[in-house]
Design a protein around this ligand. Structure first.
Ligand code: SIN
Length: 313
């Protein structure tokens, strides 16, 4: 049976894509999250698409909190359930886009595409990349092969659970690490490099109104000290991610403190602080602190928070 869903809903979260500066030459001294989502959609006009815009937040994504994330998850789920909606696009600040992409990937678990995009230059810039990124994201959301959570930036499409921001200024600021890009968008055409994925075992957020658990990231580095972990434990931290060296190794001072934390019932995950790659477990030697595999430290932090919320349900 042919689907009659042709509409794309664009949800605005703010960010540089909606940012403005006083001068078209100023690409760093701007205010993020100013331009309304309707204006962004108009500048990225997409031939033949039926597009609906809704503002969820108008923030600089460095200030992203659980309230905004929870609202976004709820609005995405609401629109995705509509029979007339083919897919969704989310415009978002690039600074915490990695966290939002991972949170959506882990909580939605449905087939309809949710394509997140943003910009590295404000809407007022001579070099504004937002209109093309949004246009490309709309193209991906309308593509018959698109599914799950995807991120579309600078003509490349990344999987929601693989994407990471790797540059603070370059227009092509995102990578999928070892996984490689999922697709390319070239002149309005999507060229798929691999099949997009949907999380087969998403976290069910029944305890949706519960407060966001307090999870912190500590870094294993030269001179790392146990007292960082001890202070967090004493203050009531509910979960810890350690950004570990190389293949998940830990400074001995930190390792002992983290084992104490785990022993006290605080979940701890070990993520590599290397930009790419994943932790490869030592064969036949069960890790005392579980590895987060290919997750980046900020993704691992979302993972622990979601697990805690799900456990409360
Ligand atoms: C933000 O993350 O909201 C500001 C920076 C950006 O979007 O590139």
């Amino acid at each position: 049976m042919q689907s009659h869903a042709t509409r794309v809903v664009v949800l605005g979260m703010g960010g540089t894509i909606a940012g403005r500066s006083a001068s078209a030459h100023d690409n760093v001294g701007y205010v993020a999250g100013v331009a309304p989502i309707e204006e962004l959609v108009a500048t990225a006009e997409h031939d033949g698409a039926s597009v609906e815009a809704e503002s969820v937040a108008q923030i600089d994504s460095k200030d992203l909190g659980w309230d905004e994330l929870r609202r976004l998850i709820a609005r995405v789920a609401h629109h995705a359930a509509r029979v007339d909606v083919q897919g969704l696009v989310v415009t978002h600040g690039t600074d915490t886009l990695e966290e939002t992409a991972y949170a959506l990937h882990r909580t939605l678990g449905f087939e309809k595409p949710v394509v997140i995009t943003g910009a590295m230059r404000p809407a007022s810039s001579l070099q504004a990349d937002g209109p093309q990124n949004l246009r490309d994201a709309l193209t991906v959301a309308r593509d018959a092969a698109a599914r799950g959570v995807l991120v579309c930036m600078a003509g490349r499409v990344h999987a929601g659970d693989a994407v990471r921001k790797v540059h603070p200024y370059r227009l092509d600021a995102f990578s999928s690490g070892d996984a490689g890009a999922t697709a390319l968008v070239e002149e309005g055409v999507v060229r798929w490099l691999r099949e997009p994925r949907v999380d087969a075992d998403p976290v069910r957020l029944a305890a949706f109104d519960a407060p966001w658990p307090w999870i912190e990231i500590v870094t294993s580095a030269a001179g790392a000290e146990a007292r960082t972990v001890d202070a967090l434990l004493a203050a009531g931290v509910q979960g810890l991610v350690v950004a570990a060296t190389g293949n998940g190794t830990l400074h001995r001072a930190l390792e002992a403190a983290l084992e104490r934390a785990a022993g006290a019932g605080v979940p701890v995950l070990r993520a590599t602080r290397c930009r790419d790659g994943r932790i490869i477990d030592v064969r036949g030697e069960p890790a005392r602190i579980p590895s987060a595999g290919a997750l980046t430290p900020v993704q691992a932090r979302i993972e622990l928070a979601l697990r805690r919320l799900a456990a409360r349900a």
